[in-house]
Unconditional design. Structure first.
Length: 375
C-alpha cells in the first residue's frame, strides 16, 4: 500500500487520568474526528434513513458489510455502478467489515479450512467459499476507505484450544490479506482476536502490531459475555496496541459501553443497536431507555427527550410517535431511528469536548448517574 493513500492517524490529546484520547483519522473521503461512533449501513443503507439525513445528523463515517453486499446485490454490480460511495450516494468515509463475523454467525453448514470458509447463504442456501484473498477482492470492488482483514471470530463461551486455533488462523489470514490487497486508496485494518483469554489477547495484539496495519479492530467481544469481562480484555491489551494507530472496538454501541471503551483508549465504535431498538419503539434518553409503546405515553405531549435537539424531539410528541409505532407506520421507525442516531452522535461530540477540556471522567460520571435512572 502506498504511504500516500495509507490512512493516517493523529493523536491530539490524551486524558491525564484515563486512556481517553482525541484524534483525527485522515481518509481519502475526508477526516474523521475521534472518538467516533459509526452508524451501520449493513446493506448500503442505514435502515430507515437517507444519506442526506445521516449527514444532517453529523455522521462522519458509515459502516457497510461485505458478507451481505457480496450475497446481494453482489460486489461486481456495485463496482460497475462506480463503487459503494456512488452506489449509495455517500461522499464521506466508509468502512466495510470483512464479513467474517457474519460468516460465523449467520451462514449455515460452515466448513472452516486453512484456505478459507465454505458456507451456505442464509438467503437461498447457495454454496459459497471465501478466502482472505477473495475477501480483499470483494472489498476492493466495494471501494470503502477502510477494509477489515478476514478473521475467524470464536464464539462465547469458547475453550482455550479452540480460541487459540482461531486466533492463529486469524493471524495467518491477516498476512494473506496484506499480500493480496492492491487498492492504493484503501487501508486494511487487522483484527485482534483471542476470545476471553488474557494471554491470547496480548499475543494477538502484539502479533498484529508487528504487521504494521494502519489501524486495528478488536473483534470477538460483545458476543454475549458480561460487560466487565469485555472491559477487562480492553484493559489487558491497551498497552500492546500501537499508540499512533486507531483502535476500533467492533460491534459495540450502547451509551455505557461507549464511555467505558473511550476510557480504555478506544477510538472507533459501531453497532446496529441504535436503529434496531428504535424500530421496536425503544429510545435513548438522558435518563435511560424509554419504551414509547408503553401506555403511559399515549397522551403525552412532550418530546422523547426534553434535553435533545434532534429533528424528532424538536417537532413530534411522545403521543404521536407512540401512535405511529403502534400502527406500524414507517414514519414511526424513521423518527425513533433519527433520535437514537442523533443521541449517540451528539454524545460522542460531547465526549470529545470533555476530553479536550480535561473533564472526561466527570462527564462520564454525570452521564451514567442520569442514564441509569428510569425516564
Amino acid at each position: 500500500m502506498s504511504d500516500m493513500y495509507r490512512a493516517k492517524f493523529e493523536v491530539h490529546k490524551e486524558d491525564p487520568r484515563s486512556r481517553a484520547r482525541l484524534g483525527t483519522l485522515h481518509l481519502p473521503h475526508g477526516d474523521v474526528q475521534t472518538p467516533i461512533f459509526m452508524p451501520v449501513g449493513t446493506q448500503a443503507t442505514v435502515k430507515a434513513m437517507s444519506p442526506f439525513e445521516m449527514e444532517e445528523l453529523g455522521t462522519q463515517i458509515l459502516l457497510s458489510n461485505t458478507y451481505h453486499l457480496y450475497l446481494r446485490p453482489g460486489h461486481e454490480l456495485i463496482k460497475n455502478q462506480g463503487g459503494l460511495h456512488k452506489f449509495m450516494h455517500w461522499d464521506k468515509p466508509i468502512l466495510t467489515d470483512s464479513g467474517g463475523f457474519q460468516v460465523f454467525s449467520l451462514a449455515t453448514l460452515r466448513k472452516i479450512k486453512e484456505e478459507g470458509v465454505e458456507f451456505h447463504s442464509h438467503l437461498d442456501g447457495s454454496k459459497c467459499f471465501i478466502t482472505p484473498e477473495y475477501d480483499m477482492e470483494i472489498q476492493e470492488a466495494l471501494g470503502a476507505d477502510i477494509a477489515m482483514a478476514f478473521d475467524e471470530c470464536s464464539p462465547y463461551p469458547c475453550d482455550y484450544d479452540r480460541a487459540k486455533a482461531a486466533m492463529g488462523r486469524t493471524h495467518r489470514w491477516a498476512k494473506r490479506c496484506i499480500q493480496a490487497h492492491t487498492k492504493e486508496d484503501q487501508s486494511v485494518f487487522g483484527i485482534v482476536q483471542g476470545a476471553f483469554y488474557k494471554d491470547l489477547r496480548i499475543e494477538s495484539a502484539k502479533t498484529l502490531a508487528d504487521m504494521d496495519f494502519p489501524g486495528y479492530g478488536i473483534g470477538g467481544l460483545s458476543v454475549g459475555e458480561p460487560k466487565p469481562v469485555m472491559y477487562e480484555m480492553l484493559e489487558e491489551i491497551e498497552g500492546y496496541m500501537p499508540r499512533e494507530k486507531p483502535r476500533y472496538l467492533m460491534g459495540v454501541g450502547s451509551p455505557d459501553c461507549l464511555l467505558e471503551g473511550v476510557e480504555r483508549g478506544i477510538d472507533m465504535f459501531d453497532c446496529v443497536l441504535a436503529t434496531r431498538i428504535a424500530r421496536n419503539g425503544t429510545c435513548f434518553t438522558k435518563y435511560g431507555r424509554l419504551v414509547i409503546r408503553n401506555q403511559k405515553y399515549a397522551n403525552d405531549p412532550g418530546p422523547l427527550d426534553e434535553h435533545c435537539d434532534c429533528p424528532t424531539c424538536r417537532n413530534y410528541s411522545r403521543a404521536y410517535i407512540r401512535h405511529l409505532i403502534k400502527a406500524g407506520e414507517i414514519l414511526g421507525a424513521r423518527l425513533t431511528s433519527t433520535h437514537n442516531l442523533y443521541f449517540l452522535i451528539n454524545m460522542m461530540t460531547e465526549i470529545r469536548q470533555a476530553i479536550a477540556e480535561d473533564r472526561f471522567l466527570e462527564y462520564k460520571k454525570e452521564f451514567l448517574e442520569n442514564y441509569n435512572q428510569n425516564p
